[in-house]
Design a protein around this ligand. Structure first.
Ligand code: MN
Length: 436
């Protein structure tokens, strides 16, 4: 019995917003993700909204125009002010109360429908923004199949380093270049040393890649010097987005030792705009364990709750559309399907590990999961894996081939959760395009 599931997850619930009842929507009443937006063509401060079907519920308007019941009005000021960080800092109880109130208000038959109808904006008429201020960004490396395949390309005799099964590996990334879906960026230049050359050259990256990841936003922070124990770690989790950790493999190969990636990853990171909450993910929680024979996690990375519910069943996909495909009217094509169930460490373990030495997390910090690749050869979460380091080109529907990304390529990450007895939910899209 999954005690995290409540009446807001009932798959029979429907909304008076008709598009939320479409079986294919990412945003049914059971999801209710939060994001930030501006209405297209209007120069105005950022607003916080909730995705419902193909609409956005504008929480600024909803705070002004709707006679909310007692017990919810105290939560609305930061949301009405467009300050998601302040709401994130309030923690899980506030988030759950908001979810319960929104679920009731947007459900079929709600007495609040006549008020909230006036607070909907079509998603097609908004420009999504970064959902919050991201103070710090850390990228983990929880995809063991990615780590093994990539390790084999760099170190054929020693693919997985001995620390991998003990330490949730990560590096401190760059927050300033995180952008929201729809972002385009210039192909980075940097130092590249070809294998047969004596010295590096300064040139545009020829091995530009994507990475299929999730990003976890921190809700309440912790004080400097006060680690978060694993059985409290999820209290610090606000929600999850898709994350594309764009990577210049040729720059990376030359610079990454001894301190890890630097310019090969700091030029752009794209995230999806809607933060899917832990509550929305509750029906998709699964038991977590390391494979038989692998080391048990050290005690600070282990808890009964993490063993019972630490994994999350999230199907993850990468789609690609080249400039030629776009010009010919060809749709994006799927390159990969993987699942977050294959991650070697859980979100709670990431938070517990990040803070165990005393590091303080802050509201709005973003923790990338690392590339999520499945165990099968076609399930690589990057082109580096799918093309065996550029040696086995992919053929696209247009007849073009790819080893790494070309100018004009658009990469689309998608994700959804499905389970018996639960309403399917999705994450929307994380879209980014490479410019020349
Ligand atoms: Mn990464």
């Amino acid at each position: 019995m999954n005690l995290l599931v409540d009446t807001t997850h009932d798959p029979a619930l429907t909304s008076w917003v008709a598009s939320a009842n479409d079986p294919g929507t990412d945003f049914p009443l059971q999801n209710l993700p939060l994001g930030a937006f501006r209405r297209a063509g209007i120069d105005e401060p950022v607003r916080i909204g909730v995705a419902i079907g193909d609409q956005v519920l504008d929480l600024r308007l909803a705070a002004e125009r709707c006679p909310w019941p007692d017990g919810i009005t105290d939560l609305l000021p930061p949301l009405a002010a467009g300050d998601l960080n302040a709401f994130m800092a309030l923690g899980a109880d506030a988030r759950r109360r908001l979810r319960a109130a929104l679920s009731a208000a947007l459900a079929e038959g709600s007495e609040l429908a006549p008020f909230l109808e006036l607070c909907l904006v079509p998603q097609a008429e908004v420009a999504m923004q970064l959902p919050c201020r991201v103070g710090d960004y850390t990228d983990f490396y929880t995809g063991i199949h990615h780590a093994t395949t990539v390790g084999r390309l760099f170190r054929p005799d020693n693919p997985l380093l001995p620390n991998y099964k003990w330490v949730p590996i990560g590096y401190h990334g760059r927050a300033s270049s995180i952008g929201v879906s729809g972002q385009s960026f210039r192909r980075p230049h940097g130092q590249i040393k070809r294998p047969d050359a004596d010295a590096p050259v300064f040139a545009a990256s020829q091995r530009l890649d994507y990475e299929l990841e999730l990003g976890a936003f921190v809700g309440p922070g912790n004080a400097l010097g006060e680690p978060v124990p694993i059985d409290r770690a999820e209290e610090h989790l606000f929600g999850v987005v898709l994350l594309n950790d764009w990577s210049a493999r040729d720059i990376q190969a030359w610079e990454y030792q001894p301190l890890g990636p630097f310019l090969s990853k700091n030029f752009a990171t794209t995230i999806s705009p809607w933060i899917v909450t832990p509550e929305a993910l509750a029906p998709f929680r699964r038991p977590f364990a390391h494979p038989p024979g692998d080391p048990a996690p050290l005690p600070y990375l282990d808890s009964a709750f993490n063993r019972d519910f630490g994994a999350i069943d999230i199907t993850l996909e990468v789609w690609l559309q080249s400039a030629t495909m776009r010009a010919r009217g060809l749709p994006p094509q799927r390159l990969t399907r993987a699942n977050f169930l294959d991650a070697y460490w859980t979100l709670a373990q990431m938070i517990a590990h990040h803070t165990v030495g005393g590091c303080n997390l802050q509201s709005g910090d973003l923790l990338g999961t690392g590339t999520q690749s499945g165990p099968q050869p076609g399930q690589g979460g990057s082109l580096l894996e799918l093309t065996a380091g550029g040696r086995q080109p992919l053929t696209l529907d247009s007849g073009e081939t790819r080893t790494f990304l070309e100018d004009g390529d658009t990469v689309i990450l998608r994700a959804h959760c499905e389970a018996p007895g639960a309403r399917r939910i999705g994450f929307g899209e994380c879209v980014g395009t490479v410019r020349g």
